[in-house]
Design a protein around this ligand. Structure first.
Ligand SMILES: Cc1ncc(COP(=O)(O)O)c(C=O)c1O
Length: 404
C-alpha cells in the first residue's frame, strides 16, 4: 500500500532482496485458500477467537456518556492481540521452509506469542528484549523460557524496545535462514502491511459484534498506539466508515512538556527508524530520542507508517494519556468491571473515559482492550505501595478511585 511519503524500505540492498522475497511469498500465500483456511482454524481453535465484545455497564455509568464496549483481546490465548500476528507470520515462516524465527519484544507479550507459535509449529526461537524490559516484565520472560525460547538481553542505549528492534534487525541481516517475526505494524515494507493483515480480524469482529448488539455502528473507536498493531487491527475495517470517529492514543509518560513521553506524532518530525519513514521522536540534530512510558509496549519513539498517513490525512485523531491517567484507568477497570487490563490498554480506556461525555448516551464507543495486566502487577503494586507510604491513598468511600 502507498502511505504518501511514509513507509518504504530504508535498509541495505542485501536486506531488500530478502524483504522482496518475503513480500512475494506473503502475497502468494494469503491469496491461497489453504493458507487462509489454516490461519482461520488456528485463530478459532488455538487463540480462542472470536474474542467477545463486552458492554462495560459500570464503566459507562461512571463516565456518564456514551456506552463503552470493550473488545476483549485480553482473553486471547497468551493474553493479548499479539498472538493473531505471531500465528500468521509463524505459519508463513513454516510455509517458506524456515526453521528458525526471531522476534523483538517490549512488554513481552509479542515475545510470549512468538515463543508460543514457535512451540506449536516446531520452530527454533530467539527473542531480543531490552534489559530494562526484562526487569519490568519478569513474568513474561519466564514464560518465554518455559516455552523453549532463547531470550537475549539487549544492553545498548535505553535498553528498551527500540534497541531490541535494532539488534534483531542486525541479526536478521547477518543470518540468511532466519525469519524475523516483527510484532508491530512497523519496519520496512512488507511488514506493516503483513501485520495489519493478521490483525484486521479485531476490527472485522468488532464491527459485526457491535451491529449485532446495538443495531448500528459505534460513534467512536479507540485503541492505544505503540508501534500501532492493535490499533490498525481495530481501525482497518472502520476507516471507510466516515461517520465513525477514530482515536489512536500514545503514551504521554510523565507529561508532554516533561520530554519523558512516547508520543511520536507530538513533535511533527519525520525521519527514518527501523527501515521505515515515519513520525519519530528526534532531538534538534535529528538524532532519535529515547521514548519513555510506564508501559513497555508503548515505549517506542516511532509509529507505523500507516498511522503516519492516517494522521497526515486527518482520518484518525492521535492524542495521548499520561502514566498517571493510565494507572488510574487500570485501577478503575479492576474495581468496576473485574477486569485487570494491560497498562498499554489502560491508556485507551482512560481516553474513552475522557471522551464519553462528548457523545450521546445512546451511542457506543468501542475500546480495544489489547491485553491483560498480569505482566503489570509488580509495577502497579509498587505504585500503590509508594502512594500508601506517602499517605496519598485514602480509604474512605468518597475517595476518587482515580487517585489510587
Ligand atoms: C497488551 C499490549 N497492547 C498494546 C501494545 C502496543 O503495541 P501495538 O501498538 O503494536 O499494538 C503492546 C505491546 O507490547 C501490548 O503488549
Amino acid at each position: 500500500m502507498n502511505y504518501l511519503e511514509f513507509g518504504g524500505q530504508y535498509v541495505p540492498q542485501q536486506l531488500k532482496i530478502k524483504l522482496n522475497k518475503l513480500k512475494e511469498e506473503f502475497d502468494r500465500l494469503v491469496g491461497s485458500e489453504e493458507f487462509s483456511g489454516e490461519y482461520r482454524r488456528c485463530l478459532k481453535q488455538f487463540v480462542g477467537r472470536p474474542s467477545p465484545l463486552f458492554f462495560a455497564s459500570n464503566l459507562t455509568k461512571y463516565a456518564g456518556g456514551a456506552k463503552i464496549y470493550l473488545k476483549r483481546e485480553d482473553l486471547n490465548h497468551t493474553g493479548a492481540h499479539k498472538i493473531n500476528n505471531a500465528i500468521g507470520q509463524a505459519l508463513l515462516a513454516r510455509k517458506m521452509n524456515k526453521t528458525h524465527i526471531i522476534a523483538e519484544t517490549g512488554a513481552g507479550q509479542h515475545g510470549v506469542a512468538t515463543a508460543t507459535a514457535a512451540a506449536l509449529f516446531g520452530l527454533k526461537c530467539k527473542i531480543f528484549m531490552g534489559k530494562e524490559d526484562v526487569k519490568r516484565q519478569k513474568i513474561n520472560v519466564n514464560k518465554m523460557k518455559l516455552l523453549g525460547a532463547d531470550v537475549f538481553e539487549v544492553t545498548t542505549g535505553n535498553q528498551t524496545l527500540k534497541e531490541a528492534v535494532d539488534v534483531a534487525f542486525d541479526y536478521f541481516l547477518n543470518h540468511q535462514d532466519v525469519f524475523y517475526l516483527i510484532g508491530s505494524a512497523v519496519g520496512p515494507s512488507p511488514y506493516p502491511e503483513m501485520v495489519k493483515y493478521f490483525q484486521k480480524v479485531i476490527g472485522e469482529e468488532a464491527k459485526r459484534q457491535i451491529v449485532e448488539q446495538e443495531g448500528k455502528l459505534p460513534k467512536a473507536i479507540v485503541a492505544c498506539v505503540g508501534g500501532g498493531s492493535n490499533s490498525i487491527g481495530l481501525f482497518a475495517d472502520f476507516i471507510d466508515e466516515k461517520q465513525v470517529d477514530i482515536y489512536g492514543v500514545e503514551g504521554a509518560g510523565k507529561g508532554l512538556e516533561s520530554g519523558k513521553h512516547a508520543c511520536a506524532i507530538y513533535q511533527n518530525k519525520i525521519g527514518v527508524i527501523h527501515g521505515m519513514k515515519t513520525y519519530v521522536m528526534q532531538d534538534e540534530n535529528g538524532k532519535i530520542k529515547d521514548a519513555y512510558s510506564i508501559s513497555a509496549g508503548l515505549d517506542y519513539p516511532g509509529i507505523g507508517p500507516e498511522h503516519a498517513y492516517l494522521y497526515k490525512t486527518g482520518r484518525v485523531k492521535y492524542d495521548s494519556i499520561t502514566d498517571s491517567e493510565a494507572t488510574g484507568a487500570f485501577t478503575l477497570l479492576c474495581r468496576l468491571e473485574g477486569i485487570v487490563p494491560a497498562l498499554e490498554s489502560s491508556h485507551a480506556v482512560a481516553y474513552a473515559l475522557k471522551i464519553a461525555k462528548q457523545y450521546d448516551k445512546n451511542d457506543a464507543i468501542v475500546v480495544n482492550l489489547s491485553g491483560r495486566g498480569d505482566k503489570d502487577l509488580n509495577t502497579m503494586i509498587k505504585i500503590m505501595e509508594q502512594k500508601r507510604e506517602k499517605n496519598l491513598v485514602k480509604t474512605d468511600k468518597n475517595t476518587d478511585i482515580r487517585s489510587m
